[in-house]
Write a protein that binds this ligand. Structure first.
Ligand code: UFG
Length: 327
């Protein structure tokens, strides 16, 4: 009995792999190592494989059978919003094609449980400030569309062959559970601020004229370790007897923080001057996106344990443990 973690060498996936290993589960990581690192998977075995590549379905099926896989946690996907707008077809090939290969392999190998990495991007520009899972999903870019279609695919497989699944809709993930597992990509606010500081430059704020208390955008920042724990809770939910009636869960804290608050927290953790330059608004940014996280609390008994200060402190420590230490 083992768990296949696809994309387990990446930022979030590696955290889940570490927690699974800590509790003694058997783990097989599948990763193409395009962004992940071999050194991140601990003692788990690693199969190097691109799930959207040729022969992926057959190769996945073989590994599932050989390793006695009973559950799959599927992280592997492209996740850059701007890139998805520029290369939509490629995003569909990678994210939808990859998921189709994984599901086809699961069906033939008889693997029934799947946890899917979805995103708050499925909501697009919601008309409310706090989003529940039931509001209309209207993604505004191909990245968000691939995540929503992914959820539909899982529901279809449930009807057709009894797949048991949950989709976790991640809000803004940051921080590190272990200093060596920090986010190595410079694509989101926290690493982007640290990257600017490492260059001796000022952080940037994309717009300070939003209808929010300090004029900057508000998001729901979640510690990557809390998010990783949510995957274990979802696994236990699927493995338990019963009908696993709810499928889609927001994974957030229910509390928002503004861009300015995040940058100030980085100043506190680092002791650096974080005076920021105000830039024009970035296209497509909703003023506020915060989760209502009641469902995951009620059904999976999961709750975030770390607030913004922990998130930023751990992100700072991970940055300082890396190759671009500041100061
Ligand atoms: N921002 C800045 N300065 C920076 C970087 C970001 O002001 O240097 C602002 C952005 O404009 C935004 C906020 O910080 O207002 C957060 O930006 P991120 O890029 O970190 O995150 P997003 O909320 O835009 O996107 C995240 C994920 C996406 C996902 C989306 C779902 O990165 O993958 O949440 O809501 F689609």
């Amino acid at each position: 009995m083992s768990t296949m973690v696809i994309g387990g060498a990446g930022y979030i996936g590696a955290h889940v792999v570490h927690l699974l290993l800590e509790r003694g589960d058997e783990v097989v990581v599948v990763d193409d190592l395009s962004t992940g690192g071999e050194d991140r998977v601990g003692t788990a075995s690693l199969v190097e494989l691109d799930v959207a590549g040729p022969d992926a379905q057959e190769r996945l099926e073989l590994v599932m059978r050989e390793r006695g896989v009973t559950s799959v946690i599927h992280f592997a996907a492209k996740k850059q919003v701007g890139e998805s707008v520029a290369r939509p077809t490629w995003y569909y090939q990678q994210n939808i094609g990859g998921l189709a290969n994984v599901l086809a392999a699961m069906e033939t190998a008889g693997v029934r449980n799947m946890i899917f990495s979805s995103s708050a991007a499925v909501y697009g520009m919601p008309p409310v400030e706090m989003v529940t899972e039931d509001i209309d999903c209207r993604p505004i870019n191909p990245y968000g569309e691939t995540k929503l279609i992914g959820e539909w695919m899982l529901a279809d497989c449930e009807r057709a062959w009894g797949l048991r699944w949950t989709a976790l809709r991640y809000f803004n993930v940051a921080g590190a559970g272990w200093p060596e597992l920090g986010d190595q990509a410079v694509l989101n606010l926290v690493p982007m601020v640290l990257d600017r500081l490492a260059r001796g430059e000022r952080p940037k704020i994309f717009g300070d004229d939003y209808p929010t208390p300090d004029g900057t955008c508000i998001r729901d920042y979640i510690h990557v370790l809390d998010l990783a724990q949510a995957h274990l809770a979802a696994m236990d939910y699927l493995s338990a007897d019963g009908d696993a009636a709810e499928h889609v869960f927001n994974v957030g804290t229910g509390t928002g923080a503004s861009v300015r608050e995040v940058i100030n927290e980085i100043g506190r953790a680092s002791g650096l001057d974080v005076t920021a330059d105000i830039e024009p608004r970035r296209a497509g940014d909703p003023p506020q996106l915060v989760a209502v996280a009641d469902r995951i609390g009620d059904i999976l008994s999961w709750k975030a344990e770390h607030g913004l200060a922990d998130i930023i402190r751990s992100a700072w420590e991970a940055w300082q443990a890396g190759p671009r230490r500041i100061g």
